[in-house]
Design a protein around this ligand. Structure first.
Ligand code: ATP
Ligand code: MG
Length: 586
């Protein structure tokens, strides 16, 4: 279907006056110091994420407002800001009583249960650094990360401990305490561990937050491992300024919002925007403990009256795959803003939002390293489907190139491909990669932070993702971004998702090869393959269109939902698969 290149914002898209109404004026007037002035700061000086996220509301008018609503197997469980304050104080007291101090590392390994959120925020209060793990990780990735991060404490559940940690306990020399969350309400009793509920009950719900400073470390986040071995990005309490500003401008959070971030806290979106940013704005967050299910997700959106929804391209593609009929069984009158991050969002998906949910999807771009949203489609301007949007207030983004002497400088001409770079110094910028100073230094050239992603900027200042530097295909003198090819394939009604790689070729360097999975009701066949090849050729031209297409039931993805093109390539070429610790098992 041919659709216009721009989705113009209408009054229906803006049901409340947006926080970012005038993009240019807000950028002009913006300063990080002004944002910092909006934060409370610790009473005795210093800055702590948990104070901003929890205490400020618990001591104010939002004390009884629901902070988290957990949807599990039982009835929904609400935790107000006041209750969250007491619970996180108790957790901080538990750490203190165990002699766990400021700067030590605590790992969390659990599903999206209340204890995880309490542990993360309670650790911040104690000045303890948090490192989240995916609950689906096996023993090896757990051990690697825990040892790399010198984890002193692990918070997990009885089941996960028995299944994954017990047998490797002897290989975790720095781990002093394992705190177990009970799964059935009864105290746990496992040798070598402590029962969290019992310890929490024995301590006070008062706690004086450790005097952390803006530059003190708060989180250790491992990257998704899409391009190789995950890197441990170190973040600080001062990042909270970015979370506040982006919660306001990119997610448009208003006090009465019911907000749902579908990301797991095992990766950065699930903490920056699944825990911190919504609390900073005093909104109610929905936390779904279950895994993806199209029917269930639509029910949550409708029944919980979700107003702001932050999700990911993979999830959207899965909803698209499930068909629009399920969505049409319900209405979503409360939903007013949808955003997405993690992977390029195909124009097809932006339009799907508009057509099926009545709202376009706002793509935004950032990385584990940036700690928060950097480039976004915001309520303030029209959407060009396929574009990541424009840099947020406080963020300078550029397309940069290296000259022959190795000097990196911004390219001023529009529509030129180059590396996406950000002017260093925003509050949530990583402060280092754990044990890898050299890799960290390589991220910077002069005043620029280099993202490793290739992009273009158009004449209106919108940024367009081309591909990761590692994934770009060089074919017969052309540079081909996989995203462009994948998006074209996705415009075909049979295609649910597509992953594109370059396959070495003696004549042209690399040929474009696509892997696609099909929507419900379509079957792989030679005639469909021919049809898709023809469709792509018509859309992209012969030089860019894939020469080969393979059908797969689903594409290999990281647990954070990113297509692992390097794995498609390794499998195609019979090469070693490399680090697959974050590969989602399907
Ligand atoms: P690793 O660095 O270990 O290979 P990763 O880069 O996938 O993993 P993350 O930090 O979780 O780990 O992901 C950030 C990357 O995801 C970005 O650098 C970019 O390649 C991709 N990405 C995120 N959002 C978008 C977006 N809106 N459009 C295109 N790509 C995106
Ligand atoms: Mg990366």
């Amino acid at each position: 279907m041919d659709r216009p290149a721009i989705i113009r914002k209408t009054a229906a898209d803006l049901r409340v006056p947006p926080n970012l109404a005038d993009y240019a004026a807000t950028r002009e007037a913006f300063s990080w110091d002004a944002v910092r002035a909006e934060l409370a700061g610790l009473p005795g000086g210093g800055l702590n994420i948990a104070h901003e996220a929890v205490e400020r509301h618990a001591q104010g008018v939002r004390r009884d407002h629901v902070a988290f609503r957990f949807l599990g197997e039982k009835a929904p469980q609400d935790i107000s800001y006041g209750e969250l304050s007491g619970l996180t104080n108790r957790f901080a007291n538990v750490l203190r009583s165990l002699g766990v101090g400021k700067g030590e590392r605590l790992f969390v390994l659990s599903g999206r249960i209340p204890e995880l959120y309490i542990a993360v925020l309670g650790s911040f209060k104690n000045g303890t650094v948090v490192s989240p793990l995916f609950s689906a990780f096996g023993p090896e990735p757990i051990a690697t990360r825990l040892n790399l991060g010198k984890g002193a404490v692990l918070v997990t559940t009885e089941m996960l401990y028995r299944r994954k940690v017990e047998k490797i306990r002897g290989e975790l020399p720095t781990l002093r305490h394992v705190l177990l969350a009970s799964e059935d309400g009864r105290p746990t009793n496992v040798p070598g561990t402590l029962d969290l509920t019992t310890l929490m009950a024995q301590t006070s719900d008062h706690f004086d937050i450790a005097p952390t400073q803006a530059e003190d470390m708060s989180l250790l986040h491992f990257t998704s491992g899409t391009t190789g071995t995950p890197k441990g990005a170190m973040h600080v309490h001062g990042a909270v300024a970015t979370h506040w500003a982006t919660g306001k401008y990119a997610l448009d959070l208003h006090p009465d919002d019911i907000y749902w971030c579908t990301a797991d806290p095992g990766w950065v979106t699930g903490t920056s925007y699944g825990i911190i940013a919504p609390l900073l704005h005093g909104v109610t967050s929905i936390i779904d403990e279950a895994e993806f299910d199209a029917e269930r997700w639509y029910r949550i959106l409708a029944e919980q009256k979700v107003s702001v929804w932050y999700t990911a391209p993979t999830a959207i593609r899965m909803l698209m795959k499930a068909g629009a009929e399920i969505a049409r069984k319900r209405a979503f009158p409360h939903l007013r803003f949808i955003a997405s991050v993690g992977e390029p969002l195909n124009p097809e998906a932006v339009w799907w939002g508009k057509e099926v949910l009545g709202l376009p999807i706002h793509d935004n771009w950032w990385q584990t390293e940036t700690g928060g949203i950097m480039i976004a489609n915001t309520p303030a301007f029209d959407i060009k489907p396929g574009s990541m949007g424009r840099p947020l207030p406080g963020i300078e983004a550029a397309i940069v190139k290296k000259d022959a002497a190795g000097k990196v400088s911004p390219v001023d001409t529009a529509d030129t491909e180059g590396e996406l770079a950000l002017k260093a110094g925003w509050p949530s910028m990583l402060r280092g990669y754990l044990n890898n100073e050299e890799r960290y230094r390589k991220c910077f050239a002069g005043e620029w932070y280099l993202s490793g992603d290739l992009a273009k900027r158009d004449a209106d200042g919108y940024f367009w993702f081309v591909g990761r530097a590692d994934d770009v295909i060089k074919s017969a003198g052309h540079l081909i971004g996989p995203f462009e090819v994948e998006s074209a394939l996705m415009e075909h009604p049979a295609v649910a998702e597509a992953g594109v790689i370059g396959k070495p070729d003696e004549t042209v360097g690399e040929v474009v090869k696509a892997f696609v999975s099909l929507k419900k009701g379509f079957e792989a066949s030679d005639s469909l393959r021919m049809e898709l090849l023809g469709h792509a050729r018509k859309k992209l031209g012969a030089a860019v269109a894939p020469k080969e297409i393979d059908f797969l039931p689903s594409l290999p993805r990281t647990r954070s939902g990113k297509i692992m093109r390097r794995l498609l390539k390794a499998r195609e070429l019979g090469l070693p698969e490399g680090d697959t610790s974050t590969l989602e098992s399907s």
